[in-house]
Structure formats: C-alpha cells, structure tokens
Design a protein around this ligand. Structure first.
Ligand code: SIN
Ligand code: CO
Length: 416
C-alpha cells in the first residue's frame, strides 16, 4: 500500500501524542548483524541484507512466534477516530473500489460482519509504544531508512487490491489469516480512474496463507495482493526511499536557506547594462545568462550533504506534535530523577548522527562533549540510570538533556 503522500496525493502524514492505549513496553533489541534470528527465518541480518534486501521476496514462517497485535481491534478503531491520525478505509463492495479518509467514528465503519473492507492506519508507532517497540525490532536497517509501522484491519475477503509499492516492506501477520499472492511481473499498468493503485493485469506466481507470526518481505515493485480469510490484522513495516528529484529540491533549499554555497547568496540581482526595450514582454537573454552564472556558482562539500540528510531525515513528519511535560522538573530535580531511573527517547523522536554531528528532530547539534553517551542514546533509544550518573556532573550535557525533556523529546525512566 502506498506509504507516502508522493504516492498518494490525498494522504497527510500526521500524528498525535495521546494514544488511548499506550503502556510502557519492554524494548526488544534488534538482532545484531551476525546473530541468526527467527525474525529473518534464522538468517543473520547480514545474510538477509546481502541475499534479500532490495533483491527478492522472502517468506518467513513464525518470524515472531506467539506475536501479539500491538493494538486490539477496539483500540485500533479508537485510534482511527482521532483527528490527527492518518486513517483510510478501503471497500470493495459489489466489485467497486472505494477509498475514504478518516477520522472514522465507530458508527462510520462498516460492520465487522460485512465482507471486503479494510481500515489502514499509517504511523501507528507515533501513537503507541507497543507499535514503536515492534518497529524497533527492524533497526538492523538504519533509522535513516526506516519509515513507519502501518496496521491494517480487514474483514473477511478484505484487501487493498493487487498493487505494487515503491518501498521495501515487511508484512507481518498479527491476527487471523491472510492469503498473499505475489508476482515479479514487469507489467505494472494500473487500472485507470480508481481512487487507489490497482494493477490492471495481476499474474500471481506464488501464493501463501500467512498465520499470526508469519511474515513476508517484499522489495520495491513486486506486485502483491493480500486477501483476508476471516477477520485479520497485518502490520506493515515500511521504509522510505526519497526520489532523486525530492532530494535535489530539498538539498538546494537547504543550501539556499543556509546561504552556504557562496558568499554572494544574499546579493540582489543587478542589471546596470540593461538597455531600454520596445518589446517589454520578452525575457532578456542577459538575465538568463546572469542567473546561469549564479547557479553555476553553487558549491557544496560532503559535510553539507551529511548535514542536509541528518536534518532532513530526522525531521518529524508534518503534524507530529510533542507532548512537553505539564509541570516540568527543574534541571536539578530532573538530574535527580534521571540518576535514579534513566532516560528514554520519546517514541516520536528521531535522533541520528554521523562522525561529527547529531541530528535530533530536524536540528543539528555539534557538542564538544557529545561523545559516546549520545551515540549510545541514539542507538539504544534509552540511557540507564548508571550511565546518566556518570554524565551528571557535565553541565552542558545535563542542560541539553533537560532542554529535550522540557520539549517532550525525551522522558525520564527507561522503558521497563
Ligand atoms: C500492503 O500491501 O502493502 C499492505 C496492505 C494491507 O496491509 O492490507
Ligand atoms: Co503493498
């Protein structure tokens, strides 16, 4: 299913803090690169990345044995009723595909007894710690590529039709059964005039019935169709791959905003040699030349690219709103609490780094004292009380962490 607004113009990525169902969740660390894991059918993440990632599909039986859906059906429907949540309802009644955007009040959804409809919610990881914990299991792929966890609920016979995605996806069955059919077909022509992407000619080559705990990995552009057999829920762990044109546009914007590429960026266009004209509508050739020279002067270094990517990729999705604490602890009390219970990143926080900088929720940080502790916080998404105590005498560090705490970017207390 298309994940990003570029695929689906009507989508508006959004988020909200108050999950009806958020409880603290014990984190499951992602498998380390060279340890075989059931999650990948007993391959190591390194083997999986070499053999399958972006290359070919892989069916994994019992990737997560005894898996539990992050949300119950009722909790999921409740989430789809929230104003800022990105929910879609797809129905296939009387052979007609229809798409509606949420929020959906419970009485706006078809009955669960009615066949052939599906409700999808994007970015559930932003709203629920259990969904975030499930997404975290896939952090053997860099965070810079990890996008979100989408959940779909389908009534018997429900699905989104045969289609392809431009992204890698892990389709994890968490409740009930779904029959997946896939094809490596070259013909990706879509049926015209539909509100969603449905292939005109789907020629399935392989087929499996997935049960809870089973998972199917698909690289981009593999045609697929998943049809629920009885009610079911599927989690789709998706990755992002911005297009070259999106990256170019955003990078140029980043350069222009920073005025870094040349000292002349702030200079105004000048044309002291412009003669008087009798054809005022004509675009002056000298203007084209002059702007060509300005553009040819754009220069950047490798660090500009890294800084652009770090800020761009750590930028929260458009309507993410953080929940600052209502009555924040002052810095001294914050230090006292964190020394007892540690810290954790809020589930919506994006923290990336490279050799020289840290990027948190779209901001760049260069801290002399940002050493191993911050790498660790970024990689583990939490910090133990013990580790915090070793930093607590370093006032720039505690001031920074206190600032993040006041912004709602981190919370006191490790995940339990
Ligand atoms: C997908 O095909 O990408 C997911 C669709 C679904 O979960 O129904
Ligand atoms: Co899909």
């Amino acid at each position: 299913m298309p994940r990003r607004p570029t695929d689906h113009p009507a989508d508006a990525a959004s988020a909200r803090n108050s999950s009806p169902a958020s409880k603290p969740v014990r984190p499951v660390l992602p498998p380390s690169p060279d340890t075989p894991t059931a999650l990948l059918g007993d391959l190591t993440p390194s083997q999986f990345m070499r053999r399958y990632w972006q290359k070919k599909p892989l069916l994994i039986r019992q990737a997560i044995p005894k898996v539990e859906a992050p949300l119950s059906r009722d909790e999921f429907f409740e989430l789809a009723d929230q104003e800022e949540v990105e929910a879609r309802l797809i129905t296939h009644f009387r052979n007609k595909w229809q798409l509606e955007h949420g929020p959906f009040a419970p009485d706006e959804l078809p009955s669960v007894k009615q066949r052939a409809w599906t409700l999808l919610v994007q970015g559930v990881d932003l709203h629920d710690d259990r969904a975030r914990a499930l997404l975290d299991r896939f952090r053997f792929v860099p965070d810079a590529r990890l996008d979100d966890l989408m959940i779909s609920y389908a009534s018997d016979g429900g699905g989104v039709g045969p289609h392809f995605d431009s992204y890698d996806v892990f389709l994890l069955q968490v409740k009930g059964k779904r029959r997946w059919r896939i094809s490596s077909q070259k013909d990706l022509t879509l049926q015209p005039g539909l509100p969603l992407k449905v292939l005109q000619n789907f020629e399935p080559e392989e087929e499996w019935l997935l049960e809870p705990g089973d998972m199917l990995y698909l690289p981009p552009h593999i045609a697929h169709d998943g049809i629920a057999e009885g009610e079911c829920m599927t989690c789709s762990i998706g990755f992002r791959a911005p297009s070259a044109s999106e990256l170019t546009a955003q990078f140029l914007y980043h350069l222009a905003e920073r005025g870094e590429s040349a000292g002349k960026r702030g200079a105004l266009y000048r044309d002291p040699q412009q003669p008087a004209v009798d054809r005022p509508a004509e675009l002056p050739a000298a203007l084209v030349d002059r702007v060509g020279a300005i553009l040819a002067d754009i220069k950047w270094k490798e660090q500009d690219i890294a800084t652009f990517l770090g800020t761009y990729l750590s930028e929260p999705k458009p309507s993410v709103v953080f929940d600052p604490p209502e009555r924040p602890l002052n810095e001294a009390r914050f230090i006292g609490q964190a020394s007892k219970s540690g810290l954790r990143l809020d589930r919506k926080t994006n923290l990336l780094y490279n050799r020289r900088f840290f990027f948190v929720n779209g901001e760049e940080i260069s801290l002399d004292s940002a050493k191993k502790w911050l790498f660790d916080l970024a990689d583990r998404r939490c910090m133990s009380a013990k580790r915090f105590v070793t930093l607590s005498h370093d006032s720039p560090v505690t001031a920074l962490l206190h600032e993040w705490y006041c912004a709602g970017w981190i919370q006191v207390g490790e995940l339990v």
